[in-house]
Design a protein around this ligand. Structure first.
Ligand code: MG
Length: 410
């Protein structure tokens, strides 16, 4: 019997108590984020998180999830997931319902870890590696103006990331040429810049302008830094194929969401008509659409968002599904610090994790204003904090901070 099995057998005999209280927390300075605290009768408190339209997710948690969770066993994580999913699925599950399930699932795993004194990667099966390579998604955040730099001097940005040891840089060279929509304000969900319909025509000169960003970065660092192309689903299938064929000579690590990810048949055609590896997609919710994509050989890399797709429970199932097809997975994070932590536990526990996404401006910026742990990229890699569960908590004063609102059900 393995050491891991012995640990889990010993854990299984413990009384993990019942769920007695669920709180949601929102912070005006990060209006897209929602945190969840699940308190158990044994005193453990688990932390979860999700992102996007938090007022809707908050409603799902308190109106739908809490009545199904209170007084239930805190350690019955799979049963909780199945119960919540079966109810959410009755009305069409993707959206706020799955983000609510995701946040609760992460919190239940964290509470499990805290109650047992074990880190989540151990409870997920144990460590396959000590730390994990990261790549930078180039947004303006915290001390870094990475998107401005990508537009103005991509060679300089690539040089910076290469010097720090990052595995790669992710940019979206063609979003600016796609149809744009206007929203009042810039920080709330409606102002999210990735929103917008898919375009049906990308002019050759605009294709070349976007390509120049990648070529400049490649020229600066050669093959010392991987290039990753984000599409935010801003193009229809014909233009996706046009872009992919233009990118082929640059040998990018992958291209993601260059068209909508909702059709396995269309993704399969994209895969057949270009040599560029295709990553699919943090926008797929639950294992079921991933099953359809992988069965049609329509992806090379599986992108998963722990805080959207169904929590650590579902992300692990998706990672294992990818492994079944001899494919890597990579967790998405352009959102929040708890998601980043959960990603690291999953990455440590799963053998087929390729790399973890980070936004260095978040790691060095507001993530430090939320958690009692500072993410520190060293030689392009991230390690976990020691300690049980996620290994970090909300800062002690977080709930009392100006601009933070708390809603509790018990
Ligand atoms: Mg993406």
């Amino acid at each position: 019997m393995s050491e891991s099995s012995l640990v889990l057998d010993e854990v299984a005999s413990r009384d993990l108590g019942k769920i007695i209280e669920v709180s949601t927390l929102r912070w005006s300075e990060q209006p897209n984020l929602l945190w969840v605290l699940v308190r158990t009768s044994t005193g453990a408190v688990g932390l979860g998180e999700t992102y996007y339209v938090p007022s809707a997710v908050e409603g799902v948690i308190h109106d739908l999830a809490v009545p199904l969770l209170l007084d239930r066993p805190a350690g019955a994580i799979r049963q909780a997931w199945n119960t919540l999913f079966s109810c959410a699925n009755f009305f069409g599950y993707a959206g706020a319902e799955m983000r609510a399930i995701s946040a609760i699932d992460i919190a239940l795993w964290d509470a499990f870890g805290r109650a047992t004194g074990l880190p989540l990667y151990q409870l997920l099966g144990g460590a396959c590696r000590d730390d994990i390579a990261v790549y930078n998604t180039c947004v303006n955040a915290g001390p870094h103006r990475d998107w401005d730099l990508a537009l103005e001097d991509p060679a300089e940005l690539a040089g910076q990331l290469h010097a720090l040891g990052y595995l790669g840089m992710k940019v979206w060279p063609w979003d600016r040429f796609a149809p744009q929509i206007e929203a009042r304000g810039s920080t709330g969900p409606a102002g999210w810049t990735a929103m917008g319909p898919s375009g049906s025509y990308l002019a050759p000169r605009d294709l070349a302008t976007g390509l120049a960003m990648l070529e400049s970065a490649r020229g600066a660092v050669g093959d010392g830094l991987e290039l990753i192309v984000e599409g935010h689903s801003r193009w229809d299938l014909n233009m996706a194929i046009r872009i992919a064929r233009a990118v082929e000579p640059l040998d990018v690590l992958w291209m993601e969401d260059i068209c909508q990810p909702d059709s396995p048949e269309d993704l399969s055609r994209l895969v057949r008509e270009t040599k560029v590896p295709q990553a699919v997609s943090e926008r797929l919710i639950s294992r079921f659409p991933f099953r359809d994509v992988l069965a049609r050989q329509a992806a090379h890399v599986v992108l998963v968002d722990v805080a959207w797709t169904g929590g650590l429970s579902e992300a692990r199932r998706i990672a294992e599904l990818a492994e079944t097809y001899h494919l890597p997975f990579t967790p998405h994070d352009c959102t929040g610090p708890v998601t980043a932590l959960a990603n690291l536990h999953l990455a440590r526990a799963m053998p087929n994790c390729l790399a973890v996404e980070v936004v260095r401006g978040f790691l060095e910026g507001f993530y430090r204003d939320v958690l009692d742990f500072s993410f520190d990229v060293r030689a392009g890699r991230l390690a976990l904090p020691p300690g049980p569960g996620l290994g970090a908590s909300l800062l002690p004063d977080f709930a009392e901070r100006t601009g933070v609102t708390v809603r509790t059900s018990s």
